[in-house]
Design a protein around this ligand. Structure first.
Ligand code: ATP
Ligand code: MG
Length: 567
C-alpha cells in the first residue's frame, strides 16, 4: 500500500473523552472515529487489524470443526417470546418496530435465532453434533458505553452455538472450544488468563471467561498465588473457615454519635473491623425486604445474592427511606438484634463471637453481641466477595487480585433454549430427545483494544506481527532527489509485496522524523529506512518496533525477509 493513496489521519493530541490508553491511541493513530455514544467507524488502518483478528478467530474455529453461518442482526420478537427473554431482557436490548408495527430487536446475541434454524433442519441424532458460528455485528444498549470499542454499543462478536445429543458430548465440544480459544489468544500475542465465570441463573453449568490482563480491565479476577484456582470475583466461592468461639461477654449498648460507617465505628470504639457485623437491606423483585449480615470489612457479592432463594434475581438495594421507616433509625445503625426482617448472614459474619453491630437506634451500637444468644441464629450462605489474602477455595495458596478485560466466554448452556423453543431430535431408538447446547463468544472488536492495552509504549502501539495493519513500512529518504533511493525503494516494495508481506510504502515525501513518528504511533512491527548513505554500501536500515537499536541489512528482499524471520 502506498501511503500517498491511503487515508491515514494521525493526531498529536489525545482526545478529551478517551480515558484508557487503547482508546487514546486508536483515536490518535486514526484507527477509529466516533459517530455517537458507543458507535465507532473503523477507518481503513483500523479495519485491517480488525479483519486480521477476525481471520485468526475464523481459522481457529474452522480448524476446530465449527461451521460458519451468517444470521441477520435484526431479529423478530416472536423468537424471544418463545424463549421467555423478550420480557426478561432489560434496557440493553434495542427494540424496534417495522412499518407494519411488528416488534423486532437488534440482536444482542443469537441463541434464539440459531435454535430456530436448527429446529427447522435437524431431525436426527445423526445430524449432531453441530457447531455453527458467525462473525457479526451485535448491538447492546450498554448503560455506560466507554473506553472506545472496548465497551461499545455496536460491536463485532464471534458467536458460536453447538448442539449435542447428550451432556457428555457437550462437555467434549466445550473442551474443543476451550482449546481453540487458547490458540486464538496465543496467536494474538497477549497475556491472558482463563477464569471460572458466573453461569448466570441457568445454574450449575460450566462457564469460563478468557481475560486479557490489564490495569484498565473492568473485571476483578481472583487467582491463587500458588495453585490452579482462577475465577472472576463474581463467581469465586468463599469457603466458610473456622468455628465460632463461645460468647465471652455480656451484650452492652454504647453511644456512637455520628459514627455510621464500619470504619468510623471500629476507630471510635477501638475494635477491629473484622469484629464488626454490618447489616445491608435489599429489596427482592417481589418488593420484600431482607437483611444481609456481612463482616465489617467484606462486600456483598450481588451475583451470589441474586442466586439465594430468599433474595433472588432482580433484587435492588432498599431505598434508605424504606429502611429507616422499618428499623426506626438511620441506615448507619442497623443490626441483627431485634431486626424486623429475616437476616441472612454470610459465613464469615456468622462465625464471629462477641461482635459489634448497630443497635437499631440512631447514634448507638451494641458490643459483645452473639448469634443464638442476643439474636436468632441466622440463615447462613456465601454472600460476599472474595478478598486478597483469603485462602483459595480449593485450599491451595492464597488469593491475589488481577484486573482483566473479558475477551471471550465459553459456556455449557444445557437445555434452556432447546427446551423453551421445542427443539427435539430422534435418538438411535427413534425416541425424541431435547439436545444439549453450548455457546461460545469472542469480542473481536474489543480484542483489538485489549491488545493495545498490553502492547504500547510512549510512542504508540506495538502490534504483534500476527495482527499488525502492515508488517513492514518502507521509509525512503529523499526519493525525489536520489535515483538510487527511488529505484531501491520501488524494487524492494515490489519484491516484498510479491513475497506476500503486507508492506506500507511511505511515499508522502515527508521528513524522516514525521514518517518515523507515524510508523511508531500506528505500530508497524518493522521499519526499513532507505537512504543514500547506507545504499552506498548496498545496505538499508532495519529496525524492529520493539527494539531500541536500528541495524543495517543488505538492500535485498531476501535479506529483509531473513531479518524479519529472525525477529
Ligand atoms: P461484559 O461483562 O463485558 O458486558 P458479557 O458477559 O455481556 O460481557 P458476552 O455476552 O459473553 O459478554 O459476549 C461475548 C463477548 O463479547 C464478551 O466476552 C466480550 O468480549 C464481547 N462484548 C460484550 N459486550 C461488549 C461490548 N459492549 N463492547 C464490545 N465487546 C463486547
Ligand atoms: Mg455485557
Amino acid at each position: 500500500m502506498r501511503l500517498s493513496r491511503f487515508p491515514l489521519a494521525t493526531a498529536k493530541e489525545t482526545p478529551a473523552d478517551a480515558e484508557v490508553v487503547s482508546h487514546q491511541l486508536m483515536q490518535r493513530a486514526g484507527y477509529i472515529r466516533k459517530l455517537g455514544s458507543g458507535l465507532y467507524t473503523w477507518m481503513p488502518i483500523g479495519l485491517r487489524v480488525l479483519n486480521k483478528v477476525a481471520a485468526i478467530v475464523r481459522e481457529e474455529m474452522n480448524r476446530a470443526g465449527a461451521v460458519e453461518v451468517l444470521m441477520p442482526s435484526i431479529q423478530p420478537a416472536e423468537l424471544w417470546e418463545q424463549s421467555g427473554r423478550w420480557a426478561q431482557m432489560g434496557g440493553e436490548m434495542l427494540r424496534i418496530k417495522d412499518r407494519h408495527n411488528n416488534d423486532f430487536c437488534y440482536g444482542p446475541t443469537h441463541e434464539e435465532v440459531i435454535t430456530h434454524h436448527v429446529k427447522q433442519d435437524v431431525r436426527s441424532y445423526r445430524q449432531l453434533p453441530l457447531n455453527l458460528y458467525q462473525i457479526q455485528t451485535k448491538f447492546r444498549d450498554e448503560r455506560r458505553p466507554r473506553f472506545g470499542v472496548m465497551r461499545a454499543r455496536e460491536f463485532l462478536m464471534k458467536d458460536a452455538y453447538s448442539f449435542h445429543i447428550d451432556e457428555a458430548d457437550l462437555a467434549r465440544e466445550y473442551q474443543v472450544m476451550r482449546e481453540a480459544y487458547t490458540r486464538v489468544f496465543d496467536r494474538l500475542g497477549i497475556d491472558y488468563r482463563i477464569v471460572q465465570a458466573d453461569a448466570g441463573n441457568i445454574g450449575g453449568n460450566r462457564s469460563e471467561e478468557f481475560h486479557v490482563l490489564a490495569g484498565s480491565g473492568e473485571d476483578l479476577l481472583a487467582v491463587s498465588d500458588s495453585g490452579p484456582f482462577a475465577a472472576n470475583i463474581e463467581a469465586a466461592p468463599c469457603v466458610a473457615v473456622g468455628a465460632r468461639a463461645a460468647a465471652s461477654a455480656v451484650m452492652q449498648q454504647v453511644a456512637t454519635p455520628g459514627q455510621k460507617t464500619c470504619e468510623q465505628v471500629a476507630r471510635f470504639l477501638d475494635t477491629a473491623l473484622t469484629a464488626k457485623v454490618k447489616l445491608l437491606v435489599v429489596q427482592t423483585a417481589a418488593g420484600e425486604l431482607r437483611a444481609v449480615a456481612l463482616r465489617g470489612d467484606h462486600q456483598l457479592n450481588e451475583v451470589k445474592a441474586a442466586k439465594h432463594p430468599m433474595i433472588g434475581a432482580g433484587f435492588v438495594m432498599a431505598a434508605p427511606e424504606k429502611v429507616e421507616a422499618l428499623f426506626g433509625c438511620e441506615v448507619g445503625y442497623l443490626g441483627p438484634v431485634n431486626s424486623p426482617i429475616p437476616v441472612i448472614a454470610d459465613h464469615a459474619a456468622a462465625v464471629i463471637a462477641d461482635f459489634t453491630c448497630g443497635a437499631n437506634q440512631t447514634d448507638f451500637h451494641l458490643q459483645n453481641v452473639n448469634w443464638g444468644r442476643d439474636c436468632p441464629e441466622p440463615e447462613t450462605a456465601d454472600l460476599r466477595n472474595i478478598v486478597e489474602g483469603d485462602v483459595s477455595p480449593d485450599g491451595v495458596g492464597r488469593i491475589k487480585f488481577y484486573r482483566g478485560i473479558e475477551g471471550g466466554h465459553i459456556f455449557q448452556l444445557g437445555r434452556k433454549y432447546t427446551e423453551a423453543m421445542g427443539l427435539s431430535v430422534l435418538d438411535e431408538a427413534s425416541q425424541p430427545v431435547t439436545p444439549w447446547m453450548g455457546c461460545y463468544g469472542i469480542g473481536v472488536s474489543r480484542l483489538v483494544a485489549a491488545i493495545i492495552e498490553q502492547r504500547h509504549d510512549d510512542k504508540g502501539i506495538v502490534w504483534p506481527a500476527s495482527v499488525a495493519p502492515f508488517t513492514v513500512v518502507i521509509c525512503p529518504i529523499g526519493m525525489d532527489r536520489s535515483d538510487a533511493v527511488r529505484e531501491t525503494t520501488e524494487s524492494l516494495y515490489a519484491a516484498l509485496q510479491g513475497q506476500g508481506l503486507d508492506v506500507l510504502l511511505d511515499d508522502r515525501g515527508q521528513r524522516p522524523g514525521a514518517m518515523f513518528a507515524d510508523a511508531e504511533l500506528i505500530g508497524i512491527p518493522y521499519r526499513i529506512v532507505i537512504g543514500d548513505k547506507a545504499l552506498a554500501d548496498g545496505q538499508v536500515e532495519f529496525k524492529a518496533r520493539n527494539l531500541a537499536e536500528a541495524e543495517r541489512v543488505a538492500a535485498t528482499a531476501e535479506a529483509v525477509r531473513a531479518r524479519i524471520a529472525a525477529a
